[in-house]
Ligand binder design. Structure first.
Ligand code: ARG
Length: 324
C-alpha cells in the first residue's frame, strides 16, 4: 500500500501511501452506506453531558462550544451503535434565584406570573441589577435569603416564579438548539436535589467526611494549597447549603445506578478540569465509581477576549457562590 520508504533528515522515515491504494479505500467507503465504519459489537450506554448553560443568564461562547463538540461526540457514538443519552445539565438552582425573584417581585412582578413577560436579555439585566442590590442592601439581601428558603421548602409561589424563570431561559436556549439542529434532554441541577443529602450521609458512613471550619468535606489526595496542606472538596457548606460538587456527585451516582451508564463524557472548558478530577476521585474512593464505568472530562480551551480575559457576558459581575 505504500511507496518505497524514504529517509528525510536524521531520524525521519517517510512513508507515502500509494494513490491507487487511497483511491481503492475511498471508493470502498463511498459505496458503503456506513462509510466503512462498522457498528460496534457491544454497544454501550453512554451519557454525554454537554451544552449545560445556566438559567437566567445568557448562553456564552463556552456553552456554544460545548454544544457543538458534545453534539459531534454524541453523533459519532450514535453512528457506531452506542445507546447515547444526551444530557443538558443546566444550572437551574442556587441562591441567585432568591435575589432574582425578590428583585422581580419589587420591580416587575408580571415576570413571575406570565411566562412570556420577559425576554432573556431583560432577564440578564434584571439579574445584574438584582446582584447589585444584593451586594449593597442588607434588607434586600435578607429578603432574598428568605426567598431561597421558600424555594427550597417548595412554597408554591416561589416555586412557580422559579419555574417561569426557567421557562423563559429554556425558550431562548431552544432557539439556539433549533438553529444548530441539536437535540438534548434537559436534566438540570435541580433534578438531583432529592439526592444531595444522601451523598453527604453516605460519605459520612464510609468515613470519608471531615469537618473543616463547619463545612463538611472530603480531603483530596494529590491536591495541595500553597502552604502544602491538603485541599478539601466541600460537599456541604457550614450554613447547610450544598454546592456544584455535591450535585455532580449525586448526578454521577444517579447516572451509574439508575441510568446504568457504561461511559460518561462531560464536555466543558478546561477551567473545570480540577472540579471533575476531584469529583471522580471522591466517587472512586467512595466506591460509587468502579473500573466498570469510564468517566471522561473532554476539556476545551477558554475563549478569551482581546483583553486576554475569559469572554463571557456576565464578566465583571462576580457570581454568587452556588449554594442550595
Ligand atoms: N452549567 C455549568 C457551567 O456553565 C456546566 C455544567 C457541566 N456539567 C456538569 N455535570 N457539571 O459552567
Amino acid at each position: 500500500m505504500a511507496e518505497p520508504p524514504t529517509i528525510e533528515g536524521p531520524g525521519f522515515i517517510n512513508l507515502r501511501l500509494k494513490l491507487d491504494f487511497i483511491n481503492q479505500e475511498l471508493t470502498k467507503m463511498l459505496t458503503d452506506d456506513r462509510l466503512g465504519i462498522p457498528l460496534v459489537s457491544q454497544p454501550q450506554r453512554v451519557i454525554v453531558d454537554f451544552s449545560s448553560p445556566n438559567i437566567a443568564k445568557e448562553m456564552h461562547v463556552g456553552h456554544l462550544r460545548s454544544t457543538i463538540l458534545g453534539d459531534c461526540i454524541a453523533k459519532i457514538l450514535e453512528f457506531q451503535g452506542h445507546h447515547v443519552l444526551r444530557l443538558n445539565h443546566v444550572g437551574d438552582w442556587g441562591t441567585q434565584f432568591g435575589m432574582l425573584i425578590t428583585h422581580l417581585q419589587d420591580n416587575f412582578p408580571e415576570a413571575l406570573t406570565r411566562s412570556e413577560a420577559l425576554a432573556l436579555g431583560d432577564l440578564v439585566n434584571f439579574y445584574r441589577a438584582a446582584k447589585q442590590r444584593f451586594d449593597q442592601d442588607e434588607e434586600f439581601k435578607e429578603r432574598s435569603r428568605l426567598a431561597v428558603v421558600d424555594l427550597q421548602s417548595g412554597e408554591p409561589r416561589a416555586r412557580q416564579a422559579w419555574q417561569l424563570l426557567c421557562e423563559q431561559s429554556r425558550r431562548e436556549f431552544a432557539k439556539i438548539y433549533e438553529i444548530l439542529g441539536v437535540k438534548l434532554e434537559e436534566r438540570g441541577e435541580s433534578f438531583y436535589n432529592p439526592f444531595l443529602a444522601d451523598v453527604v450521609t453516605d460519605l459520612e458512613k464510609i468515613g470519608l467526611l471531615q469537618e473543616d471550619e463547619g463545612a463538611k468535606c472530603v480531603f483530596l489526595e494529590g491536591y495541595l494549597n500553597k502552604e502544602g496542606e491538603t485541599l478539601p472538596l466541600i460537599v456541604q457548606k457550614s450554613d447547610g447549603g450544598y454546592n456544584y460538587a455535591t450535585t455532580d456527585l449525586a448526578a454521577l451516582r444517579y447516572r451509574i445506578n439508575v441510568d446504568r451508564a457504561d461511559r460518561i463524557i462531560y464536555v466543558t472548558d478546561s477551567g473545570q478540569a480540577d472540579h471533575f478530577a476531584q469529583v471522580f476521585q471522591v466517587a472512586r474512593r467512595a466506591g460509587w465509581l468502579t473500573d466498570a464505568v469510564s468517566v471522561v472530562h473532554v476539556p476545551f480551551g477558554l475563549v478569551l477576549g482581546e483583553d486576554g480575559k475569559n469572554l463571557r457576558p456576565d464578566r465583571g459581575i462576580p457570581l454568587p457562590s452556588r449554594s442550595y
